[in-house]
Design a protein. Structure first.
Length: 282
């Protein structure tokens, strides 16, 4: 039985666990990227702009991605709720930023990182992507933990005798009667933690960080493979506007990213740099 409180009560305010997981994701991400910049002997003045653009890309991209892929009717029904943490219909309500899609966040992060790479740090974008992928893998685990606290993105019904069967009494009414379900959020979070460990090991113990794009390509392949296979155990998120050969929206959208990862890893052979080149802006 998973029936936690919504968060930590601080006087008249409630610090929601989901929001707290987002704080952890960006907080630990900032500290981790600071460590990476130290290892690579990169000036710390480039750290804050990266954090700012990553935050903007993640929140705005994730929100737009959810609305475009899962709730496009919001553009007509409640336009302000697309961009602001509120709902105006049927009545005004502060909702926080709910309804976030990782595919949208990825696309936006790619674009904001391109700007950061060319205009601010002046390095090959794949140099930044390689390191950002390590941070995002860990951050993704925190976000999925937040989903678990919120009893959202729940798994499909499971055998009551299964060691993985969990009851989510707080889950959204859209899933119907409360029955034992797979904890899809925890499966995904575990996969992201293992991906983070693998990327960090390769970054610290091998010379792959000098082959710009290799770590990022591997990150893309494994991250979206995790998402693809966990989707088999998850309930659909809203309306499935894209469905091909029995695959749901999340799975269909993951396939191009995995293919892109393979292409990037192959192309990375042409973007090798030396240790000296690694430590300075281009």
């Amino acid at each position: 039985m998973w029936d936690p409180s919504l968060g930590i009560q601080l006087g008249p305010f409630t610090l929601h666990f989901y929001s707290l997981m987002f704080v952890f994701a960006f907080g630990f991400g900032y500290m981790l990227m600071k460590k990476i910049f130290d290892i690579d002997h990169v000036n710390q003045k480039y750290l804050d702009p990266l954090f700012t653009w990553t935050l903007i890309g993640t929140i705005l991209g994730a929100r737009l991605g959810h609305v475009i892929f899962y709730q496009p009717e919001l553009f007509k029904q409640d336009f302000l709720s697309v961009f602001l943490p509120i709902r105006t219909k049927p009545e005004f309500e502060f909702t926080g930023f709910s309804g976030l899609a990782s595919h949208g966040a990825t696309i936006a992060l790619i674009l904001t990182t391109l700007y950061y790479s060319f205009k601010i740090i002046k390095k090959n974008p794949f140099w930044v992507y390689d390191r950002l992928g390590i941070v995002v893998a860990l951050g993704g685990a925190f976000v999925r933990m937040g989903n678990f606290f919120n009893s959202e993105i729940v798994g499909k019904p499971a055998d009551p005798n299964s060691p993985f069967a969990i009851l989510f009494p707080q889950m959204s009414d859209e899933y119907g009667v409360t029955v034992p379900r797979f904890p899809g959020q925890l499966f995904e979070a575990t996969g992201y933690v293992l991906l983070f460990v693998l990327l960090w090991f390769l970054y610290r113990k091998t010379d792959k960080k000098y082959q710009q794009g290799w770590l990022f390509g591997l990150f893309f392949i494994i991250l979206w493979a995790i998402r693809f296979f966990v989707e088999f155990l998850k309930e659909p998120q809203g309306k499935e506007f894209i469905s091909i050969a029995g695959l749901n929206t999340g799975q269909v959208l993951s396939i191009p990213f995995m293919i892109a990862g393979v292409i990037i890893m192959i192309y990375s052979k042409k973007m090798k740099i030396t240790e000296a080149e690694n430590a300075k802006p281009e």
